[in-house]
Write a protein that binds this ligand. Structure first.
Ligand SMILES: *Cc1c(COP(=O)(O)O)cnc(C)c1O
Length: 876
């Protein structure tokens, strides 16, 4: 008989061991080896059975064992020390607490961070891939740095899915339900102890309710909304069933819950905990974009008009875009958005909906507008609701500026206000204990915060090559053990009998060059590029003197049959009897498998279609373990490959013929493996050490170590986005000058900005640059000759100080397009008889050769983040 439901009963802890409870539920244990070791010591066998899950361990360990430990002085002492260490970690001042003095501005009192997925630890499988892992690493580093961040997402009853393989290599999905009581979660309750319920009005008088689980990630609370409660009618209980499952109707409910419900959950949480309201709202991808609409509703309810509310929300919102793949952008039928945000009657546009009273439907629709009027684009909404936006690597920033250029018509891509912060990874989570230990030895300190400094990494210089090589060998050997165990489980699961698996104990070799390829399986990542020429790959695997072995893993989205076919191709190849000891596809890629792969692989392979990999982080995790990247120059690798920290696979990204492109890039990959990678690995000195390889390992750690850290990323976000956003928010909340009429009250500055924006948008189509004249150039202009430009501009009602007029100068190409132009501000010098305003600038000619200029008018207001922000420009 199968149980209908399952739940976990936690053991009663003896008095002297009660400190195990907080250590088990704060997920900080997941990146603190001493705490993991403590739990393991309770019962190594059970620890192994429960895959290193402290809550599960405490549920299963025999009470007698706990009693025994309660009498074990050394254990109790160790527990006491670790409990104290956690306490110190949670309370002591960290980097963020020192920021105020250093910067002279007060950093935000709170930051709300929204994401559809969070990969914090394998015990909380709330992620599908890189986006979620990144969010998890963001929280952990925010915790390590002391940021007052609150994270919000959804609690998926079945996470993403578990992957297994059929006998013929086809992906099967299963959706085992998680049991929240068995997870490190607590239910958010109000002061009277009743569960907090978040309520959202849906069409047809339905109401969606959600309870809120709180996971504690070090110092950071992670709120997860859960709709599977009796208060919901049957169908709505499944809203949070799985991550990225279901149809668009399902998705929009999830995103409404994450965005709007997320803000409501934060309000409840901060009130109950007595915390300040967040000043900055960060959307990790556009899924939770409706949060901006909810905040507008709150401000309208507080008495602001829509435009003023929007100005406040924009000032304090940061949007991070993660995909350069147009198909990867979340879009809904506009009709669907109308249904959820309209009243269902004609006055929809006036009164707002039951879901967001007071927020006009047409304004919401305008946030997501794009080329196709039948679509609502979540990325466009993110960009329209956030004054600050970024991509996740230098290259991705550039690609995003082009991709979203349409929202800033009239501007060159370079001026589109989307910056970039390159992703990072959380070292204590992803670096093998061997490296962490070496780091502590070299730094002479338990405290690893010095890893932020380049200088700390230079100390690796004095480590003996033999020792570095020893660590790499250890890690590879541990990986091979893990691979064999997983391979056995997978073969049994696919229907093989034990008797047929005699080959597994000798499959894979701890001394053979080991290459890893593991990630989600969307087409652009090209899982099967390595199979382009199967015999050439087979020869590499089976080479007598210099063989390679390959470990492949990854999940395909359940609806992506194409992705599943790619997996099947790899599985079938790896099933070949002559090859199966050198290549394997391991099912059910997750954080625990990933960690072993990053630790143990010598080479990390990545061959996306450039530039579709926004950043990629798996290669960073490999690099932190001395793995060498072999990658197309895409994402982060485009930025930080330096010729000696790995290899670049030359890209043929200009080619239109995709087949030919795959051929060329695959051939380049094989060539590199044959000519560069394997010779270096197998070229040994008299002690058996591949000295040139080890120097590359050392150089990889030194050059990439300090850069790939999530602590670097979170500090960048803080300095470049969170601090300016908090300042912008405080500026718009300010009243205007005492004699400024309606602006002379709270939010006066936001009113002023909204009013300016309205007037600018009205004036702009009528602004005209009437005449541009140049003076002063000699007959034969020389580099440095002075040029004076004068422009007469009709400002359509705006004052001269409400615009900037710029001379734009640069080289021109054949089509008279200005290339990388420089801008020179023009000064207002008077008013012409016609009423037009006169602007002038004098500038030396900056370039020799074919030079051109033009003049343009842009908005100017002290509360704008930059002149391109509003997407308004008039060119001469
Ligand atoms: C890091 C990581 C990813 C991201 O991999 P990319 O190659 O950057 O796409 C995906 N899944 C898991 C489990 C990871 O740890």
């Amino acid at each position: 008989m199968k149980a209908l439901r399952r739940f976990t009963v936690r053991a009663h802890l003896p008095d002297r061991l009660t400190a195990l409870e907080p250590l088990s539920v704060n997920l900080r244990w997941s990146w603190d080896k001493p705490t993991q070791d403590l739990f393991e010591a309770i019962d190594p066998q059970v620890w192994h059975q429960v895959d290193g899950d402290p809550v599960a361990l405490l549920g299963q360990v025999a009470p007698a064992r706990l009693e025994e430990l309660a009498g074990d002085e050394s254990f109790v002492e160790r527990l006491g020390m670790l409990a104290e260490d956690l306490d110190t970690y949670l309370t002591r001042p960290l980097w963020y607490q020192g920021l105020a003095d250093e910067q002279g501005v007060e950093p935000p009192k709170g930051i709300a961070y929204f994401s559809m997925e969070f990969g914090v630890a394998e015990v909380l499988p709330n992620y599908s891939g890189g986006l979620g892992i990144l969010a998890g690493d963001h929280l952990k580093s925010a915790s390590d740095l002391g940021l007052p961040l609150i994270a919000v997402g959804l609690y998926y009853r079945s996470g993403y899915f578990r992957q297994s393989l059929s006998a013929d290599g086809w992906q099967h999905e299963s959706y085992p339900a998680l049991d929240p009581q068995g997870l490190p979660l607590r239910l958010l309750t109000d002061k009277a102890g009743a569960p907090v319920l978040i309520k959202l009005a849906l069409p047809d008088d339905a109401q969606l309710n959600a309870q809120v689980w709180v996971a504690q990630v070090g110092r950071i609370p992670l709120l997860l909304l859960d709709s599977d409660i009796p208060e919901n009618e049957h169908e709505l209980r499944t809203v949070t069933d799985r991550l990225y499952g279901g149809d668009q109707e399902h998705r929009i409910k999830q995103e409404i819950l994450a965005g709007i419900g997320g803000v409501r959950a934060i309000r409840a949480f901060t009130e109950i905990e007595g915390l300040p309201a967040p000043e900055v709202f960060h959307m990790n991808e556009g899924h939770a974009g409706f949060l901006g609409a909810e905040r507008i509703r709150e401000l309208i309810e507080a008495g602001l008009d829509f435009d003023t509310a929007l100005a406040v929300v924009r000032a304090s919102t940061v949007f991070t875009t993660h995909t350069p793949v147009a198909a990867g952008i979340d879009r809904f039928p506009a009709e669907m958005v109308e249904r959820y945000f309209g009243t269902g009657s004609e006055e929809a546009s006036v009164g707002g909906s039951r879901l967001l009273p007071g927020v006009p439907l047409e304004r919401i629709l305008a946030f997501g507008a794009e080329d196709d009027p039948s679509k609502f684009n979540m990325a466009h909404m993110g960009l329209r609701l956030a004054q600050r936006a970024n991509g996740v690597s230098l290259l991705h920033g550039r690609v995003s500026r082009e991709m979203f250029n349409e929202l800033w018509p009239g501007f060159d891509p370079a001026e589109v206000p989307i910056g970039s912060i390159t992703n990072g990874v959380h070292a204590p989570t992803w670096a093998a204990p061997h490296w962490i230990e070496l780091g502590r030895e070299l730094l002479g300190s338990e405290d690893l915060t010095q890893l932020r400094e380049m200088e700390s990494w230079s100390r690796l210089q004095k480590v003996d090559p033999g020792h570095l090589w020893w660590i790499r060998n250890q890690l590879r050997a541990e990986l091979i053990e893990d691979v064999r165990a997983r391979l056995r489980r997978s073969c049994l699961q696919r229907g093989a009998s034990d008797a047929e698996l005699g080959w597994i104990p000798t499959a894979f070799d701890p001394n053979v060059l080991t290459i890893g390829f593991a990630r989600r399986v969307p087409t652009y990542k090209r899982l099967t590029l390595m199979l382009r020429d199967p015999e050439r790959l087979a020869n590499l695997l089976l080479d007598d003197k210099r063989p390679i072995q390959l470990i492949v893993a990854g999940k395909s989205h359940p609806a992506d049959e194409g992705g599943k076919a790619l997996i099947q191709q790899i599985v079938r190849f790896a099933d070949r009897e002559d090859l199966r000891h050198r290549i394997a596809f391991l099912p059910d890629y997750d954080m625990s498998m990933a960690r072993k792969l990053y630790y143990g692989c010598d080479v990390w392979l990545n061959n996306p279609l450039r530039p579709l990999e926004a950043c990629g982080t798996s290669g960073m995790k490999s690099a932190l373990n001395g793995g060498l990247n072999l990658s197309i120059r895409d994402g982060w690798w485009d930025e930080w490959y330096d010729g000696e920290n790995g290899w670049e696979i030359p890209t043929a990204d200009g080619l239109a013929d995709e087949n030919r492109r795959d051929d060329l890039e695959a051939a380049a990959l094989y060539d590199l493996l044959e000519r560069a990678v394997t010779p270096k690995f197998y070229d040994r000195d008299e002690h058996g050490i591949p000295t040139r390889w080890v120097e590359m390992v050392r150089h990889t750690l030194q050059s990439l170590g300090p850069k790939v850290l999530a602590s670097r990323m979170v500090r960048d976000y803080t300095q470049k986005y969170y601090l300016p956003a908090a300042s912008a928010l405080r500026a718009v909340i300010e009243p205007g000058l005492p004699d400024s009429g309606e602006y002379a009250m709270p939010f006066g500055s936001a009113r002023e900005l909204a009013d300016y924006r309205r007037r600018a948008e009205q004036a702009w189509p009528r602004i005209e640059i009437a005449d541009v004249d140049s003076y002063g150039l000699p007959d034969v202009p020389l580099l440095g000759s002075e040029l004076t430009l004068t422009a007469q501009v009709y400002l359509a009602g705006l004052r001269p100080d409400e615009v900037v007029v710029q001379a734009v100068l640069g080289r021109v190409d054949g089509g008279d397009v200005l290339v990388d132009p420089a801008t020179v501000p023009m000064i207002h010098t008077g008013t012409a008889d016609s009423g037009n305003e006169i602007f002038t600038a004098t500038t030396p000619l900056p370039f020799a050769g074919s030079v051109g200029y033009t003049v343009r008018v842009l908005p100017c207001h002290r509360l704008l983040a930059g002149p391109s922000e509003l997407g308004l420009v008039t060119l001469a």
